[in-house]
Design a protein around this ligand. Structure first.
Ligand SMILES: [Zn+2]
Length: 420
């Protein structure tokens, strides 16, 4: 990597790192105080979720001249994406979003590299997470956000999260050791789980629970949620829900089919303007951060949780101090030991290495090794070589049964592969 001070000395206008075409293309930016085009060109950003927010952010960062973008998404293009996702304007329905996004971005700014991953974020090579400067989430799933956050915390990378719902949006930039991660506040998580559990059993306490129960009724029969483009499937959940409404909430009206579709389809409705505001704020925070990460001063990244209310045109902010008891980022979080091993070594070799690092293996039960960085956690046999097991560079392995000073310890081992 370049010496950070290089960035402050070099003139953008005459930088040899930029081609003549790039210097002309980015001329208006080069004039900005504090701006460093080469710093952006040398940066790598990982965007997870190439949907409403992700496509907009990718377009912005490509146009700003960020050198490398990794685009991760497991979805195909659907017709309903086209109301706000500009990168897909000439796509065929059914093409992977990440692939089409990369193709269009190359036309928008051919000077940068776009690497697409038709994959869930768990199965993307851990080396890519280790080498990116920062992560951006355009995800709509809580589980996926938490997975990305675990990588951000463990690789000590900033993560810029955004979300939109109806006329509202939020942006939150996780800064390692500065503010809270997504799991610092388990209270809310527990409340959500309790609510879900209460709703599942017993009589519905609210009218809305009837519809949820209708959906669960369908799921129990078909092992999947109803397809909201199939009227018949929605009607099964709807009829079940309305029977419950008649029984428990006789004074209130029955649900309509539109209400059922909105409830079952977890995609929050949103409008392009809110999407553009949130994506632009995420982009702006990313551009500052990419300068900071190269040692260049450019403004301040907002460490607070920002909420935009598009109906009244106002921003609100919440402070997010880190929780020192957090299981993921706090003082008692799992320890990460980084160990370099040749591909030909077996996991058995970890025993003496861990011993030297002061760990003991609980004699009560044999330790087991789990490969963490994949959709399905996989147990690894300790007599197999790393190569045979398919351990990738920077892969995280969880080890059970380790103690240090007679205390049980949660330990992750990050493997750095030495090419033999
Ligand atoms: Zn935390």
């Amino acid at each position: 990597m370049d010496n950070n001070s290089n960035y402050n000395e070099k003139s953008n206008f005459f930088s040899e790192a930029l081609s003549a075409e790039e210097r002309i293309r980015f001329d208006r930016q080069l004039r900005l105080p504090g701006w460093n085009q080469k710093a952006l060109k040398d940066s790598t950003v990982l965007i997870v979720g190439v949907g409403g927010l992700g496509t907009e952010i990718a377009k912005n960062l490509a146009m700003a001249g960020v050198g490398m973008l990794h685009l991760i998404d497991l979805d195909f293009i659907e017709h309903s994406n086209l109301n706000r996702q500009i990168l897909f304007y000439d796509a065929e329905e059914g093409e992977p979003k990440s692939k089409v996004a990369a193709r269009t971005l190359k036309k928008i700014n051919p000077h940068s590299r776009y690497i697409w991953h038709y994959s869930n974020l768990e199965d993307v090579n851990p080396e890519i997470y280790a080498n990116a400067d920062l992560y951006i989430s355009g995800l709509d799933s809580v589980t996926a956000r938490n997975e990305l956050m675990r990588r951000a915390v463990q690789f000590k990378k900033p993560m810029i999260d955004g979300g939109t719902a109806t006329y509202y949006g939020h942006v939150y930039t996780y800064l390692p050791d500065v503010n809270s991660c997504l799991q610092c506040d388990p209270q809310r998580e527990r409340e959500r789980e309790t609510l879900a559990a209460c709703t599942l059993v017993g009589i519905p306490r609210k009218r809305s629970h009837c519809l949820l129960k209708g959906q669960l009724f369908f799921e129990s029969k078909h092992n999947r949620p109803p397809d909201t483009t199939e009227m018949e499937e929605v009607k099964i959940a709807l009829d079940y829900a309305n029977d419950l409404v008649k029984e428990h909430f006789p004074e209130s009206g029955l649900f309509t089919i539109d209400e059922a579709v909105k409830m079952i389809d977890q995609h929050d409705p949103t409008v392009i303007s809110i999407n553009a505001v949130i994506a632009s704020i995420q982009t702006q925070e990313a551009l500052k951060l990419l300068h900071h990460l190269k040692g260049i001063e450019l403004g301040v990244v907002n460490p607070e949780y920002l909420i935009y209310n598009g109906l009244v045109g106002k921003f609100f902010y919440l402070e997010k101090p880190p929780n020192k008891n957090c299981q993921l980022c706090g003082e008692n979080a799992a320890i990460i030991e980084v160990i370099e091993l040749p591909e030909s070594s077996t996991l058995d070799m970890l025993y003496p290495i861990m011993k030297r690092k002061g760990y003991d293996f609980d004699p009560e039960f044999l330790p087991s090794f789990w490969l963490m960085d994949r959709k399905e956690m996989k147990e690894a046999k300790n007599s197999f070589t790393l190569k045979e097991t398919g351990v990738r560079n920077y892969e995280t392995i969880y080890v059970t049964g380790l103690t240090k000073n007679n205390e049980e310890k949660d330990v992750y081992i990050r493997i750095i592969l030495k090419k033999s």
